[in-house]
Write a protein that binds this ligand. Structure first.
Ligand code: JEK
Length: 241
């Protein structure tokens, strides 16, 4: 997969992208991530990327010319084969299903804005898709782009050591995960649940599933509507409410 990122702060994004699993995925050739400074494509002598909003009001707006020039120059004839995603508070809210959708594509481009956002013509005539990572206000699209890249790249075949790990994620199942424990078996008097030390794998799987369903019911009842519960689970979930 190829990911092209357009930002005014490539230096802020680079260290995160070269660290850990994302760095290894690139070294292994499983994904190529290109970082492009929008400022390099500003046509004027001062490399201006923002300007005052028409109609007045506070703040500044990102000019369309540097953005179109950056995306069109870098993508060239591949523009038509690339999903161009604008990160914006007005986008569809990012979910695991969207990460899966993007992970299935050969090429994506991510546009990270700053200031009060981008000129509307960028949305209308350059972006194919608009994504928000959640209902809170950030100072720009860089963290959202990193969030999207992280969620997408770990889904690519070969990126996680365990090929199956990503499909077993609780979020793909539509449930929250239950508790995890590691050694020691007792810490400050707090014991690891006996069932996990029993060695009975069927019993452990059933316990974990039950913990997942209970925790989801308690913390994210909205998720439970979408989840695939067995009739027995639906019944116990109803009884304990
Ligand atoms: C991209 C610039 C900063 C800050 C105005 C908008 C309602 C008015 C833009 N989930 C997400 N949160 N924030 C972003 C995001 C923020 C960005 C840009 C993404 C480019 N900014 C900014 C304030 C406003 N307010 C909300 C009240 C606009 C994002 C994503 N993805």
């Amino acid at each position: 997969m190829k990911i092209e990122v357009f930002t005014l702060f490539p230096d802020v994004m680079a260290p995160y992208l070269s660290a850990s699993i994302l760095g290894k995925a690139q070294e292994a050739g499983l994904v190529e991530i290109g970082l492009h400074n929008i400022r390099d494509y500003a046509p004027d002598r001062h490399s201006t990327t923002d300007d005052e909003p028409y109609g007045g009001g506070g703040g500044m707006v990102m000019k369309p010319e540097p953005l179109f020039a950056a995306v069109e120059t870098v993508l060239g004839e591949r523009l038509g084969e690339t999903r161009v995603v604008l990160l914006t508070p007005q986008g569809r809210v990012f979910k695991q299903a969207i990460a899966q959708e993007l992970a299935s594509l050969r090429r994506i481009a991510l546009i990270s804005g700053r200031y009060e956002g981008v000129d509307e013509r960028v949305r209308e005539h350059l972006a194919d898709d608009e994504i928000s990572i959640g209902d809170y206000v950030l100072t720009g699209g860089e963290l959202p782009a990193l969030v999207v890249i992280d969620a997408v790249v770990r889904l690519l075949p070969g990126v996680l050591g365990n090929e199956a790990a990503s499909t077993q994620d609780s979020h793909s199942e539509g449930l929250l995960e239950g508790p995890h424990y590691t050694r020691p078996a007792e810490y400050r008097g707090w014991k690891v649940p006996e069932v996990l030390r029993s060695g009975d794998h069927a019993k452990i799987a059933a316990w974990r599933r039950q913990q997942s369903v209970r925790r989801t019911k308690e913390r994210r009842p909205d998720l439970l509507e979408q989840a695939n519960l067995s009739p027995e689970e639906t019944e116990e979930q109803r009884q304990t409410s």
